[in-house]
Write a protein that binds this ligand. Structure first.
Ligand code: UD1
Length: 430
């Protein structure tokens, strides 16, 4: 087991390159199941979630060869339509193979993805949408069986603009007979990216990125070469890290348009954020001001950035109110931040933060991916050393986060530990 030792950091300074988006790459990998041709994906980030998605595809019979950051994917013939439970349970995004397998093979058996620490995360809207397109589903208790010899286009009304449901239905609809219209579709940039990828494979899609997506089904898709958009959540994480340390950084390969909900909130906090050619720059000179943050589907403030906003609020002047509307259980982080001296009161979906606290280093645990990144960022601002356990959560979505922060002036170390019977982590050396 490894943990991160994060000493207080001087203001972060310098330039950091942002990776391609994890949340684009996962559905794009699932969409590779839709063609028998070869697909080439460039600049694939080295993340555990992406690796597990690759393994799931391989278990279904997909050939993947990797040349550095390029993946060559071939799905000439699939071995099975049964998604293995041990792989599906590794990551919730594995459920995204449902739509493509139904569209290509007419059937799929897949275990229900469980909830996780941020919420119960049901898949009812995925299933409802796929059933509108003609699929039949049977609950086998341990798994879900779906079949449909021929999907047929129709209008799908989503009760909520779910990212995953929009992606699953979109991937099924591209090979359905006739036209499909997804109403109240998610508008996240990753949906637009998936649609752009599907169009590069020969799909006919209009309106992706808006609340109404129309799809004209085609008989088959062909191979293509593709590079996903940059990761707006990784980019936002570095902006918040710079803001809490009073830093001055530049992001390369970040998309300013996708970052607007986050950069607008950072400006409200009093930091300067601007576009400088192909860079996004942030300069933070004074302690930040308290802000009100409410998470929403895109183009609202992203729920994945909420843990970072909560962290900045702990060191900002005044009282911030952070409201989480997307996932019901996303304030577990508050308990860990309190161990570092933060003053936070959580009631239902609201966290009230008395800011301008001097945080101190403590041993804390990452409860999920973004909470883990937020604890590292809190550690940069805290006096003394913060020890972050559970870094396997962080590597699911961040490639080399400690190294990238160190290149900006932090001094984070990765330490091997073991947990003794009293549940205290002990260092085994560096
Ligand atoms: C995706 C992102 C995740 C991000 C989230 C919201 C990926 C791999 N993950 O997750 O990082 O935090 O969008 O921006 O892209 N819901 C239902 N029924 C459903 C589906 C969803 O009730 O069938 C609920 C969820 O429990 C949640 C809300 O809808 O409360 C939003 O979920 P959704 O947009 O589907 O998120 P994910 O696709 O799981």
């Amino acid at each position: 087991m490894k943990m991160l030792c994060v000493p207080q950091s001087p203001p972060l300074q310098g330039e950091v390159r942002i990776n391609t988006s994890k949340n684009s790459m996962l559905p794009i990998l699932a969409a590779c199941l839709l063609t028998k041709d070869e697909v080439i994906l460039h600049d694939v980030p080295c993340l555990t979630d992406v690796r597990w998605m690759g393994r799931l595809l391989q278990a279904l019979g997909v050939r993947i060869t990797r040349q550095e950051r390029t993946w060559v994917i071939g799905c000439t013939a699939l071995r099975t339509t049964n998604a293995p439970p041990d792989l599906v349970q590794r990551l919730r995004a594995s459920f995204l193979v449902t739509g493509p397998l139904l569209a290509r093979c007419g059937k799929v058996t897949i275990p229900f993805p469980g909830g996780c620490s941020i919420g119960s995360r049901p898949v009812d809207m995925h299933l409802k949408g796929l059933c509108v397109l003609g699929a039949r589903s049977r609950d086998r208790g341990f798994a879900l069986e779906m079949e449909s010899p021929q999907l047929r286009g129709d209008t799908v009304y989503l009760d909520y603009p779910s990212v995953g449901a929009t992606e699953n239905i979109l991937m099924a609809a591209v090979l359905a007979k006739g036209n499909t219209c997804i109403v109240n579709a998610a508008r996240e940039p990753e949906i637009e990216d998936l649609a752009r990828f599907l169009c590069a494979m020969g799909a006919h899609i209009e309106g992706a990125g808006s609340g109404v997506i129309t799809i004209e089904g085609v008989k088959e898709l062909h191979g293509c070469a593709y590079t996903a958009i940059s990761d707006r959540i990784e980019a936002g994480t570095f902006l918040y890290a710079a803001a809490v340390t009073g830093g001055d950084i530049a992001l390369r390969n970040a998309c300013a348009a996708h970052m607007r909900p986050v950069t607008a909130k950072l400006r409200e906090s009093g930091v300067d954020v601007w576009q400088d050619g192909d860079l996004i720059r942030l300069r933070s000179t004074a302690p930040c001001a308290a802000v009100q943050v409410k998470t929403m589907p895109y183009p609202g403030f992203p729920t994945d950035m909420q843990p970072l906003a909560l962290t900045l609020a702990t060191v900002s002047r005044g009282v911030s109110v952070i409201t989480e509307t997307v996932f019901e259980n996303r304030f577990l982080l508050a308990g860990e931040l309190k161990r570092m001296g933060a003053l936070i009161q959580v009631q239902d979906r609201c966290a009230v933060v008395q800011g301008a606290r001097a945080l101190w280093g403590a041993r804390v645990s990452a409860t999920d991916l973004r909470a883990g990144a937020a604890l590292v960022v809190a550690g940069l601002a805290a006096a003394g050393e913060t020890q972050v356990l559970g870094i396997e959560h962080i590597t699911r979505g961040y490639e080399n986060l400690p190294y990238k922060l160190n290149a900006l002036g932090a001094d984070i170390k990765i330490i091997d530990t073991h947990i003794d019977h009293n549940n205290t982590a002990q260092s085994r050396g560096r």
